[in-house]
Design a protein around this ligand. Structure first.
Ligand code: ADP
Ligand code: MG
Length: 705
């Protein structure tokens, strides 16, 4: 039924093998279905004309009607270009082309009336249109089938090969005509009615060739809703299936380990939020269904402890647990923290990472298999096939956004009955995004920090006031505090790609700080991703023990490092960091009882986005507010890290702009599944079929979260 949509684009009139290849490589379009989903990113109203006299520089584009002047070649070599002028009754503008002169000279007709479309620029007091679109007024009038003209994204290469936005538009119209009567409806009659009666085919036709604004708006809404609705439906249906079909290990009791730890070893009282979340987790793990829960909690909110308590419940029920961290440093730290917390209790905790020595690894693997290890802490190394458990009951994943979906799938395979999964993240995820990314997970929020923490004071300083900043550091150091100084290093993970200049900035910084804070009074250490593990660990350990006062570092310390005595975070070139990264880094201080500070150093010159990021950091400590701003500034793909995000591909909807529609779509999907979980009712058959089509061949996210 959908077959026609899988037809190769090559067979569309006006395409052919060469253009098909270009469309595939440049835009990833190889089929009819993919082309029809290549939606315009905006529309221009071509029925409205401007006059030369009312042009201004800020106009993104303007449309004029007038007479084309003579064509001339001017300039030498690189600067050689074709120029002309264009005159209407209010004045004249210049036209310029840097490419395609020969073709233009043979096809344009000076002295004729044209319609011109393009971006006006001001150059030496006159308006100038580079590479304008020109069409003879006579043919323009004939060809004006639509006042509202779609604009499609294209690439320079496509443009050069004659596949600009206008050509793509022509192809779209040809395609819609060819597909007429073959674009099946995907929504139920009731939903189509609710969407102002706009059927799928009608919507696609309007989007690519709108008749007027109201009909275009209705069409866009229908397509956006459809896109968001099916994503939600798929997520919710998987969640339902999981709950129904997958047994979970039932953790009925809370026993000795948990109770002894809680009453004898826990050095402080849990916060209200921690208690609530632990309760939610207990309930999940006792329900008989597999738990898939996401715990969001700002930096320093005490997630580790929540993870640990959950693992103790698993142990009380005779199960092993795994705690997985995204980096070596973080895994080591978790291991150390947990070992310290559990001191004196008969609980076997081991650390397994890529750097674990062979003999040690062998002993851990055997012990895991025998069930002698109760809690294993590690990195990706835990995912390897040779890591076998005796009875894996719970997997806790820290800072989940760094783990790909496929990696989680491998953990899933490690036991017959799926282990409960607890995902912890300190990168608060804006609600709309969470709904889409984790629509199949239950979520808990730790929205309270342990008592006694003073909010971190954040300030912005220009590089020019470095002396004053150093003076301030000296005062804090004199009080016995410790200081982080962080430099940006973009390609941290891959030493080969690490940028030379950034490494130099870091080492220069280290040297100048060492000079300013010299031995024997002060000690400065440095860590970065290019160091070998042993050195890195050694330096980190020295700082943690207070043997060094200042740690000059890159973002290797971003996640999770915990040194309560460190109270100042200086971030160099703060304009180069993303918001969530800045927030994570800031979270490294403010972990003790002292007043902590975060100093964002930047150049005087700041771009708008960078300024907005810095201002947000100075204004608020609230991770959720920061996440929302980040989402607005960067868009969802970037925010979550494109490849691993698991974000569905969106063709027309936008998670930020369309968040209200997203919520509606989710509610509609929920109500539908409430009434008809299998989508078996005759009126819903069409939705069921469309969903099955969409799911076909795609990984089933729900099973592997
Ligand atoms: P995060 O949520 O960022 O992972 P951690 O689990 O690292 O936070 O906890 C931050 C610090 O707060 C740790 O030193 C931890 O021991 C401490 N902590 C956790 N819970 C509490 C609590 N209820 N009261 C006091 N301190 C706590
Ligand atoms: Mg943590």
């Amino acid at each position: 039924m959908h077959d026609v949509l899988t037809t190769s684009i090559e067979f569309l009139k006006g395409v052919g093998p060469q253009r098909a290849e270009l469309l595939r490589t440049e835009l990833g379009i190889s089929t009819f279905g993919e082309l029809v989903q290549h939606f315009p990113f905006r529309y221009v109203d071509r029925s409205r004309f401007h006059h030369v006299s009312d042009l201004h520089e800020e106009m993104p584009q303007a449309q004029l009607r007038g007479v084309l002047g003579p064509l001339r070649m001017v300039g030498e070599k690189q600067g050689r270009r074709l120029v002309s002028s264009f005159t209407d009754k209010t004045g004249a503008v210049d036209l310029v082309w840097f490419k395609g002169a020969r073709w233009l000279q043979s096809s344009l007709k000076p002295g004729h009336e044209y319609v011109l479309f393009g971006k006006p620029n001001m150059f030496k007091g006159r308006f100038n249109f580079p590479h304008p679109e020109l069409e003879l007024a006579a043919t323009w009038e004939q060809g004006l089938e639509a006042a509202l003209q779609p604009v499609y994204s294209t690439t320079e290469k496509l443009n050069a090969k004659g596949l600009g936005s206008r050509t793509i538009w022509k192809l779209q119209k040809a395609l819609i005509a060819q597909l007429s009567g073959q674009l099946p409806e995907t929504l139920s009659h009731e939903l189509v009615e609710w969407l102002n009666g706009v059927g799928r085919e009608q919507a696609l036709r309007q989007v690519h060739a709108p008749q007027d604004q109201p009909r275009l708006d209705a069409a866009v809404k229908r397509l956006k809703f459809e896109e968001l609705f099916f994503i939600q439906l798929q997520l919710l249906k998987q969640k339902l299936q999981l709950q129904q079909s997958l047994r979970g290990n039932v953790f009925t009791s809370v026993g000795d380990h948990f109770n002894r730890f809680y009453s004898e070893h826990l050095p402080f009282a849990l916060t209200g939020a921690q208690k609530r979340v632990v309760k939610e987790i207990r309930k999940d793990m006792g329900s008989g269904h597999q738990m898939n829960r996401l715990v969001q909690g700002d930096v320093g909110s005490g997630k580790t402890l929540v993870g640990l308590l959950s693992m103790l419940i698993a142990l009380d029920n005779g199960f092993q647990s795994a705690l997985m961290a995204p980096t070596e440093i973080l895994a080591q730290q978790h291991h150390a923290t947990i070992t310290r917390f559990l001191e004196g209790l008969p609980i076997e905790v081991r650390l397994l990472t890529g750097n674990t020595r062979t003999a040690e690894r062998k002993s851990i693997l055997t012990a895991l298999k025998m069930g002698e290890v109760h809690i294993v802490v590690g990195t990706h190394a835990l995912l390897e096939d040779r890591v076998q458990f005796n009875r894996l009951g719970l997997v806790v994943i820290d800072e989940q956004h760094r783990f790909g979906v496929a990696q989680r799938a491998r953990l899933w395979a490690k036991s017959e009955v799926p282990p409960h999964v607890l995902v912890m993240t300190a990168t608060p995820i804006p609600r709309t995004l969470a709904m889409t990314l984790y629509g199949d997970l239950d979520t808990s929020v730790i929205d309270e920090l342990p008592p006694g923490r003073k909010p971190i004071r954040t300030v912005h300083r220009f590089d020019s006031s470095r002396n004053a900043v150093f003076g301030f550091l000296e005062e804090e150091l004199a009080k016995g505090r410790q200081v982080y100084v962080v430099y940006p290093l973009i390609e941290e993970g891959d030493p080969e790609k690490m940028m030379g200049k950034e490494l130099k900035d870091l080492t220069d910084g280290f040297e100048s700080i060492s000079r300013r804070f010299p031995l024997p009074k002060f000690a400065v250490s440095m860590v970065h991703g290019r160091m070998d593990q042993v050195t890195k660990d050694y330096e980190m350990a020295r700082f943690k023990k207070g043997e060094t006062n200042i740690l000059v570092a890159t973002t290797v310390i971003e996640v999770g490092v915990d040194v309560p005595n460190a109270s100042v975070m200086v971030i160099e070139n703060a304009e180069r960091f993303g918001l969530s990264q800045l927030h994570q880094l800031r979270g490294r201080v403010g972990r003790g009882a002292e007043q902590s500070f975060c100093i964002l150093m930047t150049d005087e010159k700041l771009g708008n986005d960078a300024r907005a990021r810095i201002e947000t950091m100075v204004r608020t400590n609230d991770g959720f507010e920061i996440a929302e701003t980040d989402l607005r500034l960067r868009g969802p793909g970037d925010l979550m890290g494109t490849q691993q995000s698991g974000l569905p591909e969106l063709h027309i909807a936008d998670l930020i702009a369309d968040s209200a529609l997203l919520q509606q779509a989710r509610q509609v999907a929920m109500r539908l599944l409430d009434k008809d979980p299998e989508l078996q009712a005759p009126e819903n058959a069409i939705i069921g079929r469309s969903l099955a089509e969409r799911v076909k061949g795609k990984p089933v996210w729900g099973r592997i979260s």
